[in-house]
Design a protein. Structure first.
Lengths: 330, 325
């Protein structure tokens, strides 16, 4: 008998179904983007596959009407949960003028949308970390009770910006949630070659904040950890570091061939733990999700993805004359 | 009116804007309790509190990145980089991030940040404490670069920079901090960014300069006058954007130009100005446009500093070359 874990966390059946639906939507959009890339229709894909549980679990633990998200390039699950739509993501994939992220000015995966409090990062990794700290400092000064969630890969935890940002947040007890999505590879470099410590969460100690490692394939475990961190932040107790461990199921990007640096068996083994399947199984075992319901959900998502693809493919590119726009204030 | 040094005028401008706008924040390494290593922020923490004037950890990249977050939330950060040579640690935050936020966000996000920083030679500080790195920032679309040459300009330009809705690097020449005083109004005033000032009118040659080189150019102009050469001196005040209109107007009058910068020949903005002049006013020129710069080496050690830095004699020599061409 499967234990109902979400009820204990205060999550309704509807909410966990919504979590699953968001994870699945992210996966299907991502898969479509790969197809479009291989068909020569979009230039680049950088994937969320394997990390949807951590992304969606974290986002659902926040107040998505006031908290801030500073995602990294894999966080499709985070931005979908924060209100970005399939159509908007597809516009970004096609680099069309209507793309709310940047109007096609940045690469896909550089998520930003003012109305949903999603803050765009830069291409060198980890720039978003001190931005999140600055936003949290602003919130503290203005006595607002939002928290900022900043996510990044385990590779980013080696960058100076991570350490500078974490230290500043620790010194000023700022409401920042640092969430590392440890997918075990920084492009081709495995964790064993990246970290001198055993876990990324070990790094929290140096910055005066709690650090924990959770199963990144379990959206409920991530939800619980982020919820606690958000409560701490709102109560003025300062930042937290959460390491969500999962696996990158695709190559680094559409321009990468991962067969040169990892074994097929390793990837296959990781697929057995894919959260899309394990969370679906959990929901079915509890009778919340039936085969019929899941099919309905799949159909509805595919319809969304198809519509988004068609719309984005037919949307206009930015006019070349607009290169002069937005360089300085008009 | 009060007699102020440039550093006093800068403190006065910071105080003015901290008072005017509660979103203005002043921070950096040692700027709080200590009042800054050059005392630019002296007394400001006592007056405005630790929330608005504060010390940061020693981490320039973090200072840059945190500024971006604060600006996204509607604050007007005025961070200090303790010496501008330390800006390399924050270059990505500046040229890679804040300069591009407006563009990347399709115009939905602004970065009203003013980064203040001391720079410049002649005070026996070694390289990275004295380098003229304005060219690095001036080359980045999205950034503005302001370099005052006097206490009066420093106050008006700093207030304008803080009120500007784009990121500004505001460079304060260390040699000018306390080298002279002048009348500075106690009330607030602004000086438009992107507007040069004709510091001295002349008929025979135009000297284009900024920062400390404005004073070397004025001194050269005085000497030249004794020999019957009338030099016009333009103080750029802003090196990005550059006020080409004022320069071209002067070129059309004098037909001869020498551009003066403290930076090395391969750095700074002189090459760019000369290219613009030859593209836009070549038929008005009676001689090639020359420049006075430091040589292309790493900033000189103290003992060689006075030889390495351009001075008014170098300017006179160049002027004589263009006048006698």
């Amino acid at each position: 008998m499967t234990e109902n874990r979400h009820e204990k966390l205060g999550l309704s059946d509807e909410q966990v179904l919504d979590m699953y639906r968001t994870m699945l939507l992210a996966r299907r959009i991502d898969e479509r983007m790969w197809l479009l890339n291989r068909a020569g229709k979009i230039p680049f894909v950088i994937s969320c596959q394997g990390q949807e549980a951590a992304q969606v679990g974290a986002a659902f633990a926040l107040d998505r009407n006031k908290d801030y998200a500073l995602p990294y390039y894999r966080d499709m699950g985070v931005v979908l949960a924060f209100g970005m739509t399939a159509k908007e993501l597809m516009l970004s994939g096609f680099a069309k003028a209507e793309d709310p992220n940047s109007g096609g000015r940045q690469m896909p995966g550089h998520f930003g949308q003012k109305k949903n409090r999603i803050v765009t990062g830069s291409s060198p990794v980890t720039t978003q970390v001190p931005h999140a700290v600055g936003i949290a400092l602003a919130g503290k000064m203005e006595e607002k009770d939002f928290v900022s969630l900043v996510t990044f890969g385990e590779g980013s935890s080696n960058q100076g910006d991570f350490h500078e940002g974490a230290n500043f947040a620790g010194v000023h007890k700022l409401p920042v949630i640092f969430m590392v999505e440890n997918n075990k590879y920084a492009i081709s470099v495995p964790v064993s070659k990246q970290l001198a410590c055993e876990k990324v969460s070990d790094r929290a100690q140096g910055y005066g904040m709690p650090g924990i490692t959770v199963d990144g394939n379990d959206p409920l475990a991530v939800y619980e950890a982020v919820k606690q961190a958000a409560d701490r932040g709102r109560q003025g107790e300062g930042p937290s570091l959460i390491e969500a461990v999962s696996y990158r199921l695709t190559a680094h990007s559409s321009d990468d061939d991962d067969r040169t640096y990892r074994e097929k068996e390793e990837v296959e083994a990781a697929r057995q733990e894919d959260s899309i399947h394990t969370f679906s199984a959990y929901l079915r075992e509890l009778g919340i999700l039936t085969e019929e319901k899941e099919q309905e959900m799949q159909d509805e998502i595919m319809k969304l993805v198809n519509e988004a693809t068609d719309y984005a493919e037919n949307a206009a590119y930015a006019e070349p004359e607009t290169i002069f726009n937005y360089v300085y204030a008009e | 009116m009060a007699q102020m040094t440039m550093i006093q005028a800068i403190t006065d401008a910071l105080r003015t804007e901290l008072k005017n706008d509660e979103n203005v924040l002043v921070y950096g390494e040692d700027v709080g309790k200590n009042g800054g290593v050059f005392r630019a922020t002296e007394g400001l923490q006592d007056e405005f509190g630790e929330d608005r004037v504060f010390d940061t950890p020693l981490a320039e990249s973090g200072i840059g990145g945190i500024s971006i977050g604060l600006a996204l939330q509607g604050f007007r950060p005025v961070p200090e980089i303790q010496f501008f040579g330390f800006v390399y640690e924050a270059m990505d935050a500046i040229n890679g991030q804040m300069a591009r936020m407006r563009y990347r966000s399709g115009g939905t996000k602004a970065q009203p940040i003013t980064i203040r920083s001391p720079f410049g030679g002649g005070v026996h500080t070694p390289e990275l404490h004295a380098d003229s790195l304005e060219g690095l920032i001036a080359q980045q679309p999205g950034m503005k670069v302001v370099i005052p040459s006097s206490p009066y300009d420093a106050k008006g330009l700093l207030i304008s920079s803080i009120r500007d809705n784009d990121p500004v690097v505001f460079l304060e020449h260390m040699k000018l901090y306390r080298s002279f005083r002048e009348e500075v109004p106690e009330e607030e005033y602004t000086i438009d960014l992107g507007k040069a000032e004709v510091k001295r009118e002349g008929a025979d040659v135009t000297l284009v300069a900024y920062g400390a080189m404005v004073h070397s150019s004025l001194k050269a102009a005085e000497e030249l006058e004794k020999n019957g050469v009338s030099a016009e001196v333009i103080d750029l005040r802003t090196v990005m954007p550059i006020d080409m209109d004022t320069i071209l107007e002067s070129v059309k009058k004098t037909n001869r130009v020498v551009v003066v910068q403290e930076a090395q020949r391969q750095a700074g903005v002189a090459a760019h100005i000369i290219a613009e002049i030859q593209e836009r006013a070549i038929l008005h020129l009676e001689a090639p446009v020359l420049r006075v710069t430091a040589p292309d080496t790493v900033y000189a050690f103290s003992q060689a500093e006075e030889v390495w830095l351009p001075n008014y004699n170098d300017i006179i020599e160049r002027v004589n070359q263009v006048v006698n061409f």
